[in-house]
Design a protein around this ligand. Structure first.
Ligand code: CA
Ligand code: CA
Ligand code: CA
Ligand code: CA
Length: 394
């Protein structure tokens, strides 16, 4: 039961009622919001949307405006207390998401990478069946188009996934031909509208990532551990019958050290290249000695080092997107991923580090397997991609 004003207590989770209105379907439903904790003053609740008729049935009916425009439905929430506050939201028939090789939402792909598409569409979900439908993928710059079968991830999820290989420039059966600098578009037929839903992603020449020892995206390395790199480049895969190799430039922001790291293709024809370099903390920088010397500004404030890596296609035929770079902030993290720079910290209850100049190298005793890095990516796919570091050096 919603509490009367004046009866609210700081020690109990209360509830409030909000009125929801769908402007085109004309439905009105109350929704009870429950406080997220005893004293948070934040209230949350939800209601199911339906395609059915308006009426007091616990579901909020929504519909688009119909022909000729099929404008989206708008839902308004009204909360009245001392005065009224409102919020509005637009109802979409479905949602399209592009995923990268690690299952993360991504705005772009390297040419030759596999496109992974997720469509969330509850209108075409029969709860008793694993439903399927097709979407169309189009590369406007090459004119290529491919159909992709989307399979529901369960019987009653309304979430559908499918994938399609891309090919760099060439027309290949069962792959979408793309070019760096171009785009891909995913087109989905909507249940309640003849207008197709579209989402696009950018196509780059290649993609470079800092990863951990297990090959998963990483943004934090322990001092004096190893930094691992993963490059996807279809252009660098010159020989489809044998592994190729590429060189990637890696550098430390604080010491200015730079190293060329060789990445080897993971198979004869994968276009995925991996390699690593040892990090040495607290040493004077010696370029091209096989170790990336890095450091720390004692501050205050204490500043951890940042690693940079960059790769360019040798033939230069890729556009600006071909030169990717990323950075990794070095910082000590404990077993619950708390930042512990500049103070003593327990790692997995069995080891500890002190980040001071006199004992800096002792942090090498902390094994990466005992900590969970915290992600602070500025790598391809995130909004914080930096300029290539060579251009920023004097
Ligand atoms: Ca209703
Ligand atoms: Ca289903
Ligand atoms: Ca190869
Ligand atoms: Ca070095």
């Amino acid at each position: 039961m919603p509490m009367e004003p004046g009866a609210w207590s700081a020690g109990v989770a209360e509830s409030v009622t909000v009125e929801l209105r769908s402007l085109q379907a004309g439905d009105v439903e109350p929704v009870t919001l429950t406080e997220t904790g005893p004293n948070t003053a934040v209230f949350e609740g939800s209601i199911e949307l339906s395609n059915g008729p308006a009426g007091s049935d616990g579901q909020l009916a929504t519909r688009n405006s119909g022909p000729p425009e099929y404008r989206a439905e708008t839902v308004r929430a009204i909360y009245s207390y001392f005065s009224s506050v409102t919020a509005t939201a637009t109802v979409s028939g479905a949602r399209i998401v592009f995923l990268d090789a690690f299952g993360r939402e991504t705005p772009s792909y390297a040419a030759g990478e596999t496109l992974r598409v997720r469509v969330i569409d509850h209108n075409v979900n029969n709860p008793q069946e694993r439903d399927t439908f097709e979407i169309e993928l189009i590369a406007p710059e090459t004119g290529d188009a491919e159909l992709v079968v989307m399979n529901e991830t369960g019987f009653d999820t309304g979430v559908f996934e499918g994938s399609k290989a891309t090919a760099l420039g060439t027309v290949t059966p069962n792959a979408l031909s793309v070019i760096p600098g171009g785009t891909v578009e995913a087109w989905h037929n909507q249940y309640n509208s003849p207008n197709r839903l579209m989402k696009s992603a950018a196509i780059r020449g290649n993609a470079l990532l800092f990863v951990d020892a297990a090959g998963q995206p990483a943004t934090v390395y322990l001092e004096s551990s190893r930094a691992y790199l993963r490059l996807f480049s279809a252009r660098a895969n010159n020989n489809p019958t044998a592994p190729d190799s590429v060189q990637v430039l890696v550098g430390s922001e604080l010491t200015g050290d730079t190293e060329m790291v060789t990445l080897l293709e993971t198979g004869a024809n994968t276009s995925v290249f991996t390699g690593s370099i040892a990090l040495r903390f607290g040493y004077s920088p010696q370029p091209d000695n096989g170790y990336l010397e890095n450091g720390k500004n004692q501050g205050p404030p204490l500043e951890a080092d940042t690693l940079h890596a960059s790769y360019s296609d040798p033939d230069g035929t890729s556009p600006a997107q071909a030169s990717q770079n990323g950075s990794v902030r070095l910082q000590a993290v404990d077993s619950i991923a708390n930042r512990v720079c500049g103070r003593r910290a327990r790692i997995g209850r069995s080891a500890a580090i002190r980040s001071s100049p006199s004992r800096a190298a002792s942090s090498a005793t902390i094994q990466p397997s005992t900590v969970r890095p915290r992600m602070e990516s500025s790598l391809p796919g995130s909004a914080k991609t930096r300029e290539p570091f060579l251009s920023s050096r004097p």
